[in-house]
Design a protein around this ligand. Structure first.
Ligand code: FAD
Ligand code: NAP
Length: 338
């Protein structure tokens, strides 16, 4: 479909926020996107690259061009004795890519099953779950420079991956369209069950010697039981990042709040469970207007129907304020705000 004007984004963001884009166009090939970006009448417009819309909160109409990524294709590009290098174009649905790899018994991303969104957005915040982040298997990506139309390769260290971070979410935000991502996966998978509720779930499934397919099933089952399904209730997953504090700060909090949940990070830092902090301030399950804090997972803000992005942001600010007042910890938003 060609360029469309004044398009509702309601069905293009999992928060279910009803805003319009001034211009909207899907692209399904590199030539296609280069052609759009070369169009003089669109050069001055703001651009937003849209994947599955599962990590976005729109607070107003988008005054510019929304480019919906529809680049499809998965292929094995090379292999050696231990590893296989699998390249996915950016518009593939992330979970379909995970299933493709599991089917072939290529190990490394099974713990990342059922994360919504597209492959192209996965490096943006170095998606992570159950003790695994994509940086662990990421080999390289290709991205088109929006300004020069040059196709550039980024290897693992170029991306400067951090906790739910990369250069694409910070200094290079808006400068590149990620067009493909290549992962280095293991031919002999190493099973990682130590995180969260995976072991309990496997026990429930009566599996003692799990394959990567079993891990994926366990992860899918836990996620489906805990997280609100965006098809039923609008949300973008964790709204805030888990904050990292100094060991000193952690110890002073621990003295006051005996059951505080923290995990050692590198050197003398501790990661706090933001969900726990929010729950302890009494926000879990509360609602202001059409926006609320989910009843099962306090880290997830939800749209109970027709929330405006501003209502969600106002709620997020209230939550930040109360957590900061009680614990002296500032929660950083994980979701991309537009
Ligand atoms: P979008 O929301 O479309 O875009 C997100 C950002 O990336 C935007 O700034 C966009 O402009 C940019 N972008 C998208 N595609 C490209 C591209 N090709 N090139 C350049 N920029 C691009 N995240 C986790 O890390 N772990 C989880 O376990 C997790 N669980 C979730 C559970 C639920 C129920 C939901 C709703 C979300 C969850 N998320 C999780 C967040 C989200 O799924 C991920 O961040 C996902 O990678 C977003 O992909 P997307 O295609 O929907 O990106
Ligand atoms: P959970 O298992 O109840 O754990 C609560 C928090 O404690 C998580 O945020 C997790 O941090 C941390 N944690 C648990 N076990 C840990 C360990 N062994 N070592 C270090 N940290 C540990 O979390 P959940 O809400 O059900 O989510 C399960 C996984 O899915 C988590 O990894 C979470 O990040 C991911 N998830 C992410 C989103 C998102 O939108 N970003 C949404 C839903 C779920 P981490 O978050 O750092 O892993």
């Amino acid at each position: 479909m060609g360029l469309q004007k004044n398009v509702s984004l309601l069905h293009y963001n999992t928060f279910g926020i009803d805003v319009n884009a001034k211009y909207f166009q899907e692209f399904s090939s590199l030539e296609n996107i280069k052609e759009i970006l070369s169009d003089n009448s669109l050069k001055q417009e703001n651009k937003l690259i849209l994947g599955g819309g599962s990590n976005i909160l729109f607070t107003k109409n988008f005054d510019g061009l929304v480019l919906k990524n529809n680049l499809k294709g998965i292929e094995v590009v090379s292999e050696n004795e231990d590893s296989v290098f699998v390249k996915s174009l950016a518009g593939e649905v992330w979970h379909n890519f995970v299933l493709f790899c599991i089917e072939k018994n290529y190990g490394g991303i099974e713990n990342l099953s059922l994360i919504p969104g597209n492959v192209g957005a996965s490096p943006m915040q170095n998606i992570g779950a159950y003790g695994v982040e994509i940086k662990d298997t990421f080999f390289e990506l290709e991205a088109l420079n929006i300004h020069t139309l040059e196709l550039v390769k980024f290897n693992n260290s170029d991306c400067k991956f951090g906790y739910r971070e990369s250069i694409f979410k910070s200094i290079e935000k808006g400068n590149f369209i990620i067009t493909s991502v290549t992962f280095r996966l293991k031919k002999k998978p190493i099973i990682n069950t130590s995180y969260g509720a995976i072991e309990q779930e496997l026990e429930k499934m009566k599996i003692s010697n799990p394959t990567i397919k079993d891990i994926s099933k366990a992860v899918c089952s836990i996620r489906s039981s805990k997280l609100p399904n965006p098809k039923e209730i609008g949300n973008a997953g964790s709204f805030f990042k888990n904050p990292t504090v100094s060991l000193e700060k952690y110890n002073s909090l621990k003295a006051e709040f005996k059951d505080i949940v923290g995990y050692p990070q590198n050197e003398d830092k501790m990661k706090l469970a933001a969900g726990w902090l929010i729950e302890k301030t009494g926000w879990k399950g509360r609602q202001i207007g059409n926006a609320g804090v989910h009843k099962n997972q306090a880290l997830v803000l939800v749209n109970y129907g027709k929330a405006k992005g501003e209502e969600v942001i106002n709620l997020a600010k209230e939550v930040q304020h109360t957590v900061n007042q009680k614990f002296g910890v500032l929660l950083e938003m994980e979701v991309n705000i537009f």
